[in-house]
Design a protein around this ligand. Structure first.
Ligand SMILES: [Zn+2]
Length: 169
């Protein structure tokens, strides 16, 4: 689905917000269109058992890692990564040159649990954190742990941060 966002300079920006289930299909499509140049894999699973997808393209010695949506409400980088993967899977001479120069490893949705909830932080209760890390039993959650649990709306600052991420990519 397309979501319009208002840019800080009042320019209307449109980008695709991909749900987790759609992302897997999109990546498979990109891999198949690339005829083997882009490889898609599952790097691991989230706290709520969602796949954390990994796409690899290129054969260069220099390995470049890019990721998006480590904060689940910063979504524009995911779209940018899919566009990069699509391009690098083509037969264009520029794409071929980049594939020779680098091996790109992309994690397009690093935090699928938070992304699905459209919020910044992870989907993990404090009790679950303590269960996994018993050495912190008795400690209080840090200020930002409780903060992020209560903030799910994409603020104008986060929108501009996402746009900066997109430009940097
Ligand atoms: Zn962030």
């Amino acid at each position: 689905m397309k979501h319009p966002l208002v840019h800080p300079f009042n320019k209307l920006i449109r980008f695709q917000v991909l749900q987790h289930a759609e992302l897997g299909k999109k990546l498979e499509q990109i891999a198949s269109d690339s005829q083997g140049k882009v490889k898609v894999d599952v790097a691991g699973y989230s706290n709520r058992n969602r796949e954390i997808y990994k796409a690899t393209v290129g054969t260069g010695d220099k390995v470049v890692l890019i990721q998006s949506e480590i904060h689940g409400n910063e979504k524009t980088g995911t779209d940018a990564i899919l566009n990069i993967l699509k391009f690098l899977g083509t037969n264009s001479p520029e794409a071929e040159k980049i594939r020779k120069d680098i091996t790109l490893v992309a994690l397009p949705k690093m935090n699928p649990d938070a992304a699905e909830l459209n919020r910044r932080g992870n989907d993990m209760t404090w009790a679950e954190v303590v269960e996994q890390f018993p050495q912190i039993a008795g400690a209080n959650p840090s200020w930002n742990y409780t903060y992020k649990m209560n903030h799910s709306i994409m603020s104008p600052n986060l929108v501009s941060m996402s746009i900066v991420t997109l430009i940097l990519i």
